[in-house]
Each structure stands twice: as structure tokens, then as C-alpha cells.
Design a protein around this ligand. Sequence first.
Ligand code: SAH
Ligand code: SF4
Length: 441
Amino acid sequence: MATALDIAKRNPNAAPVAVNDAARAAGSTALSIEKTAEMHVAAGAAPGGASLVGLTRDQLKDSLSAIGVPERELKMRVAQLWHWIYFRGAKDFSEMTNVGKELRARLAAAYTLARPTVVSEQVSKDGTRKWLIRMPSTGPLDKGAEIECVYIPEVDRGTLCVSSQVGCTLTCSFCHTGTQRLVRNLTSAEIVAQLIVARDAIGDWPGAIAPEGAFVPTDGGRFVSNIVFMGMGEPLYNIDNVIDAIGVLSDNEGLGLSRRRITVSTSGVVPQMERLGAEANTMLAISLHAVRDDLRDVLVPINRKYDIKQLLDACRAYPGLSNARRITFEYVMLKGVNDSDADARELVRLLKGIPAKINLIPFNPWPGSKYECSDWERIERFSEIVYRAGYASPVRTPRGRDILAACGQLKSETEKLRARARMMAEQGIGAEGVYALGDGE
Ligand code: SAH
Ligand code: SF4
């Protein structure tokens, strides 16, 4: 039986910080860095309880052992299942023609190849797709966590924005996910399942075809070629599951995504950055958003634990950096808050010596948010200063505006937000935080 773990136990760094301690540390009175995780979930549980989809090789091995497959056969059987599940996208054990009938029957009696439920799919005029995905319940306290996953197609790549947690224990003041009460880690299987769901929906398996009229890359590559961990949650507070998931996503005998096309975005969990580099070796994105500690303490409160200097030192130490392998610095444009010329010049100064890309993200407002997006002229002026310092095309075109697809601002009060998006679209203002990231190689 899997043990119940909570976020704080599993990740010492994610231990909730009492409001008062945090406030004391910051010399302020009101804001907290983190809130307490509210749900418990069995570690390593597959979506669907008994579904094999999303499992690591070790978990598959255990599942086979449990139905009596002898030790000497395990490696070969895992390889077979791996191929069917992750290379071919099999949905039924009967497809597994090189697995004997008797074993297929035993597998089908004990397990499924079920995917998490797609509650809704929205397709934007620009081809961006957003799925609301419900994970199966993991126990009596869990109604089935809902997360969103966004697909952003371009001509030469397709980027999937995945979630690593339901909600987020952190409380960045401009981020809607940070206001959600419900928080739990996604299992590695639930993270991987987001790609499986996406590939099912866009016909990205051998022999499958894209739905009619779908916008998918036309360069002959995979429909999903890049993954960004920019959905809900702080990936480095769920690092064990994120690393396991990346292992499955990048396995060459299965899903086969290059680690160079997987980008993990963090608000700055400094102690885990080295481990991410050493064990997952993915691209890194940093949610910087401010160039002074006093402001970053408010926008990204984890800054009170790990300040800008510590964060940038950890960036400099990230393995494998070069001009061809840069860290992406995300910078959300907040009107009158962090968008001055002086901020832009300081940003350039701070990043000196770090192989960096800068992504200026127009703030994506949500009901009740206390910030506004900077004016376009301001964003242009800011980007010009950054551009003159040698950083090319830093403002990304918002995607999926009509369906309000937004990485970093997922699964919220959908109806209200939709109404607001319509209003903004009518007025021609506002922007979303969805950007296709990650380098083509
Ligand atoms: N927790 C991680 C990854 C998820 S957030 C992190 O913070 O990096 C992905 C990105 O979306 C982050 O850069 C985040 O700061 C940004 N973001 C969050 N809310 C946003 C909003 N309302 N508008 C624009 N970007 C937002
Ligand atoms: Fe969490 Fe990232 Fe949102 Fe901050 S920006 S609250 S770390 S999801």
C-alpha cells in the first residue's frame, strides 16, 4: 500500500511558513510566503487508481510483479508495455499483440489504460487548445483534482503547458493560482498523463490523425515537441514527482521528448535548482518579475527566503549553460509597479554574465487582482532597452486570448473570467500569459 504523504513532509522546503514568521522575516505584517497544503494524496498512485498510464518503469515493474509475472520476465514485459503505452498510445490491452493472450487477460483483470477525464476542451481561433482535466479521486477526501493543460501550436513546434500541483502553496501577489485554497502535489503519473491526454486529443500517435481543421505543426515533427512546466503549481516543491515525470516524458523508447525541449519554471526555490539541473537536466525558467528585493518580496514572496542575489548565484551554477542553452527570465509587466526604464536597465545589469533570455509577459488580469497590465507603449519601451542590451524579441505574442488560455493563471472562476475575456477582447485591451517557450533545436 502506498503511504500517504503531504507536501510538507515530502518536500522539506515546502513546509508551510507561519504568517507571523514570514512577516517578521520581511519586517512586514500582512503577507505570508506560503499557505498550508490541504490535501493528502498517495504517492505514486496512478491516475485511475489502477491505470498503468503515466507510470515509471519501476512502478510498471511493481504492477507486473503484483499480478504474478515472474522476476525473470519483468524487464522484457516492462519494455513491451512501455512501447505500447508510450510509443503507440495503446488504449486497450487487446492491442498488445506481442503480449500473450493469457497475460493480456490478467492485465485487463487487474488494471486499465484509462486516461484522466477530459471535462472540457476549448479551441481558440489561433489553434491554442485548453483542456480541463479531472484526475480520479485518490481517497475519501479527494473529489478528483481538476487542472488545466494548454496546447500552443506553431508552424515548427507545439508546446504543452503542464501543471505540477493542484493550486500552489506560494502566494505570489499577481498570480491567481496563488489564491486557490486547495493544494496538493500531482503524482508523476498525473503529470505524464497530461501529455497523453494532449496526444490523444490532437492525434499525435503513430497511425492517428489530427482532428479535422486542427492547427498542428506542419514541419513533420511531433505535434507536441516542447513542454513547459508553467501551469499550476511550483514544480520545485514537487521535485521528486517532477523528476520522475521528466524521466518518462524524455525516454527515447517511449514519449521521447528531448530534455532540451522541456522547460521547468520556478519562482526561485534555490535549494532545489541544483538537483533539477543534475537529475533532470532540463531548461530552466525563472519567474523574476522584479529587480529589487523590496519589490520582489511582495510580488514573489519566496524572495524573503531566497533573495535575488542567492537566486542569481544559483542560476550561474546551473549546469550546462551556454549561449545555445540559456536560462529564461520571466518578467510580468505590471503597470506602475515594475515597468520603468530604470527597472529595465537594472534587469540588464543584474543578468550580466548569465546566458539568458528575457520573456516580458503582459500581465493577465483576473477578477479581484490588484494590478494592471502595463500600457503597450511602456512594454515596447521596456523591451527596447532590453533589446539594445542584446536580448532579442523579448515580448511574446499572447496566445489563446479568446479562450483565456493562460499558463500561470489556470482553472479559476472560468465563467467570470470568460466574461471578462470577452469584455477585454471587445475593448482590445489586456493580454494572456500564454507563450510558446523552449527552443527548437
Ligand atoms: N510556479 C512556477 C510555474 C508556474 S507559473 C513559477 O512561478 O515560475 C508560470 C508563469 O506565469 C510564471 O512566470 C508566473 O509568474 C506567471 N504568471 C502567473 N500569473 C500570471 C498572470 N496573472 N499574468 C501573467 N503571468 C502570470
Ligand atoms: Fe505559485 Fe508560480 Fe503562481 Fe507564484 S506564480 S503562486 S509560484 S504558480
